[in-house]
Design a protein around this ligand. Structure first.
Ligand SMILES: Nc1nc2c(c(=O)[nH]1)N[C@H]1C(S)=C(S)[C@@H](COP(=O)(O)OP(=O)(O)OC[C@H]3O[C@@H](n4cnc5c(=O)[nH]c(N)nc54)[C@H](O)[C@@H]3O)O[C@H]1N2
Ligand SMILES: Nc1nc2c(c(=O)[nH]1)N[C@H]1C(S)=C(S)[C@@H](COP(=O)(O)OP(=O)(O)OC[C@H]3O[C@@H](n4cnc5c(=O)[nH]c(N)nc54)[C@H](O)[C@@H]3O)O[C@H]1N2
Ligand SMILES: [Mo]
Length: 765
């Protein structure tokens, strides 16, 4: 049973074989009846009929559990069908599956063997039923008691020379209660090394919004979509990733609002939406969503927004009434500098960079010139670039010019990813240090939190690789597959003396272990937790309760707060000043403590139980008094300079319609017409012809940064409606190409949406 790490021959990337692709025409609408059918098909396959009905009845209903899919808010009015969305159903089916990864399963398969499976196969294995350990040198995970697991973690943490040798990752599915307790333990342990999935996600939004508007969150509410005149959807694919947002866009359209979409791809849902909750969505033609589509080249959003603003400034100069001067004067600073900076750019140069036809841009300029209430929504298409922070600041510039912040029907809408990623950050998961927060922790719990800035995702990967960090603990997530530079990250994890995953389902991170590796199985959001409830915060800053209603998938699971509390108890002992045991048992007590440390949580438990409550948001009120000088800030951002060689393309790594991040639901990207295959690369039709590529040509992709070549093997060329010079492939298959040391300025978010690559034809190699 013994073998060293090297002998394990673990595969970080899994197999690269093809799965028999089928191509169809991309769809020109989202949802409708097929979405209902497909969703129910997933539910039946994973859960069976009775459980499917029981489960779906509880999702996103008052008193039920929050959908573990995206963070889009629930409307106050719920239809009889529940707040239904295809991908929400898939998310819950995945969690409530009847399949089990039990002790026999781990006895049957070695870690090495499982590492050669695809993420799809690994994920579909099912829910983990027992705490498991992979002991140093062993080939199989074996069962271990909870007691023993906590003892090992405490011992290993005590063996470190310094607390900064520990890394504590969080993924955004955890509840506020679990995340707060985890952050408390980590600080009491003595480090701020709290990398978080948002470092790879909306960190650029947080940084940009904090600098310019004084709050790292969005300013709009769901109601604003009914009151707005223009919604701009930039770098986001809501039909797949936030399907319930389409109802909000439908409402905007119903009230006469217009939708502008900026994206290199013509995503189906942004063309037309057939609302499965309404009869007309099932039998009728649905609602046309996008009025103006600007097919921008990858990462050319700053030039595009600059061009739009330049053209608006011209109309303002000749006709007036385009910018909100009263707002600008009263609430902002930096307006003159911003305008004079625009002078250095020529319209023709900007236009060329965008790749968009000028008349299409002019239509949008005319629209924006006339309207007063604008909402800008965005997601990963803006954040995951070297200039991710600039992208978002440029959106803020446009909103400030229009006075579209802090009034009805207008504002910022960064559409968050994981269902509670925003809540986790709110209650203390951050590698940044704040004196105010440290003081509040000290006052509430009588210890001095560390004052040294912690490591974020990219920095902790390097620290583990270099050996300066030695223990990796993950509260949820699948770090190996989510992180950039798969092979480098794999080595980083394997260098650790201990890796610990608190997880619901088997994933690749469990198979790329440190010398010793623990898997601690936890309850999913949908499962009963001794009649206790937890709370989560949605994308628009509303905190509400979520109570699991299904029987736990195993009798041996422990809730996340209890696991964290037990680690605290094992490390600090029974008589510590922080009452670990009690906190793990009593979530009301955790909420009481959260209310001591953070503002806005008064009467937390009571208010969460009722309708939920909104956290303070001064940008929503148009109050910028927290910023220096009491004003919102214009910012000066420069267009990106990628300097591609003739052979290089700009690659974005995106989600298919059949995945939740690294969890692969199926192999179909239905809206884009690509079925039964994930190893594909989309390329401009015309360019494919010119460069001699045919449909289904087999290629490798290679990136080359600082003289290091990284390769992703075996992709099929798919000619597609995408700008010239641009490519798209799926995450996580393409993550091997993304260097760990290429990330956004300020936010350190990996450049997942703009990787320079070359295409290597197989027969030429
Ligand atoms: N079903 C499902 N739901 C999810 C997820 C999931 O995987 N599956 N993931 C969740 C998470 S954690 C997140 S963060 C969100 C992600 O939600 P999205 O950000 O919508 O997801 P991506 O697939 O990364 O899509 C990015 C979009 O940006 C576009 N894009 C790429 N580069 C650029 C660019 O340079 N400029 C512009 N203008 N557009 C660009 C792409 O064409 C694509 O439409 O969804 C959340 N919800
Ligand atoms: N190339 C590229 N890379 C990317 C991205 C991209 O667009 N392109 N997107 C980035 C983004 S936006 C994000 S947010 C990250 C996502 O990074 P992560 O959040 O780390 O990844 P997920 O795939 O969401 O994690 C899935 C795992 O979480 C566990 N899990 C699920 N539910 C629960 C639960 O309730 N509790 C616990 N404890 N565990 C649970 C399961 O074991 C499952 O296998 O990936 C990033 N990586
Ligand atoms: Mo995300």
């Amino acid at each position: 049973m013994k073998s060293t790490t090297e002998e394990r021959k673990i595969s970080a990337v899994g197999p690269v074989e093809f799965t028999d692709i089928i191509l169809k025409e991309p769809q020109d609408y989202a949802a409708g009846l097929p979405a209902v059918k497909i969703a129910l098909g997933h539910a039946m396959k994973e859960m069976g009929l009775a459980k499917s009905i029981a489960t779906l009845a509880k999702m996103n209903q008052k008193g039920g559990f929050d959908c573990p899919g995206c963070a889009w808010p629930d409307p106050d009015y719920r239809s009889n069908l529940g707040e239904f969305c295809e991908n929400g159903v898939k998310a819950i089916a995945e969690e409530a599956t009847n399949k089990r990864v039990d002790i026999d399963f781990f006895q049957k398969y070695t870690v090495e063997k499982m590492s050669h499976w695809t993420d799809f196969q690994i994920g579909k294995s099912g829910r983990i039923t027992h705490p498991m350990i992979l002991r140093e040198g062993n080939t199989h995970y074996e069962p271990i008691s909870w007691e023993e697991s906590f003892k090992i973690i405490a011992q290993e943490l005590k063996s470190l020379d310094h607390p900064d040798e520990g890394i504590f990752y969080t993924s955004g599915r955890s509840s506020n209660e679990a995340a707060f307790l985890y952050g408390l333990f980590i600080r009491a342990f003595g480090t701020n090394n709290m990398p978080d999935c948002s470092n790879m996600c909306h960190e650029s939004s947080g940084a940009a919004l904090f600098q310019t508007l004084g709050i790292g969150k969005g300013s709009v509410t769901l109601e604003d979509f009914g009151d707005t005149e223009v919604v701009m959807v930039i770098g986001q694919n809501p039909g797949t990733n936030h399907p319930r947002m389409l109802s909000a866009l439908e409402k905007c359209k119903g009230n006469g609002g217009k939708v502008v979409t900026i994206n290199p791809l013509r995503e189906a849902a942004l063309v037309r939406f057939k609302n499965p909750q309404e009869p007309k969505g099932i039998v009728g033609g649905g609602t046309a969503i996008t009025d103006h589509f600007l097919q921008v080249s990858i990462n050319q959003d700053v030039p595009l927004l600059k061009l739009i603003i330049k053209k608006l400034a011209k109309i303002e100069a000749s006709e007036g009434n385009v910018f909100d001067h009263e707002f600008i004067k009263k609430h902002t600073s930096g307006y003159e500098d911003f305008l004079s900076d625009l002078d250095q750019y020529q319209e023709e140069d900007l236009l060329k960079m965008t790749g968009v036809e000028e008349n299409k841009i002019d239509e949008v300029v005319q629209l924006l010139a006339q309207k007063k209430r604008v909402i800008i929504c965005w997601a990963m298409g803006l954040t995951q670039h070297k200039n991710g922070v600039d992208n978002i600041r440029e959106c803020v510039n446009l909103l400030l010019l229009k006075g579209s912040i802090g009034k009805k029907g207008s504002g910022t809408c960064p559409v968050r990813g994981h269902s509670n990623v925003q809540g986790d950050r709110t209650v203390g998961i951050t590698h940044h240090v704040s004196q105010r927060l440290n003081d509040a922790f000290e006052k509430t719990f009588q210890f001095k939190p560390p004052t040294k800035e912690g490591l974020d995702v990219v920095k902790c990967i390097k620290a583990m690789h270099d050996g300066t960090a030695k223990i990796f603990v993950a509260l949820g997530g699948n770090f190996l597959s989510a992180a950039p530079d798969t092979n480098y990250t794999s080595q980083a994890l394997q260098n650790c003396q201990l890796t610990v995953s608190i997880s619901t389902k088997l994933n690749r991170t469990h198979l790329i272990p440190g010398k010793t590796s623990l898997i601690l199985p936890t309850l999913g959001r949908s499962e009963e937790d001794k009649n206790r409830f937890v709370t989560v915060e949605n994308s628009m800053g509303k905190v509400h309760q979520s109570q699991g209603r299904l029987s736990p998938s195993s009798d041996h699971l422990m809730s996340e707060p209890e696991i964290v509390a037990n680690i605290g108890k094992a490390y600090f002992g029974e008589n510590h000043t922080i009452p670990w045991q009690k906190l793990g048992e009593d979530y009301n007590l955790i909420r009481e403590k959260i209310a001591h440390v953070f503002t806005g949580f008064d009467n937390y438990t009571e208010r969460a139980k009722k309708a939920g409550f909104d956290l303070p948001n001064h940008a929503r009120k148009g109050d910028f008094s927290k910023l220096p000088g009491g004003t919102a800030k214009f910012s000066i951002n420069t267009p990106p300079h990628h300097k591609l060689t003739k052979e290089e393309y700009m690659l974005m790594t995106i989600r298919s319609h059949d995945q939740y991040n690294t969890t692969i639901y199926g192999l179909d990207d239905r809206y884009r017409g690509i079925y039964n295959e994930r190893r594909i690369v989309m390329m401009n039709h015309q360019e494919a012809i010119e460069k001699g590529f045919k449909t289904f040509d087999i290629v490798d992709l290679a990136s080359n940064y600082n003289g290091i070549e990284r390769r992703a093997e075996n992709f099929l060329i798919i000619p597609y409606d995408i700008p010239r010079g641009n490519l798209a492939a799926y995450f996580p298959e393409a993550n091997v190409l993304i260097p760990h040391d290429q990330y956004a300025d300020i936010s350190y978010t990996p450049i997942s949406k703009s990787v320079k690559v070359t295409i290597l034809k197989k027969e030429e190699q």
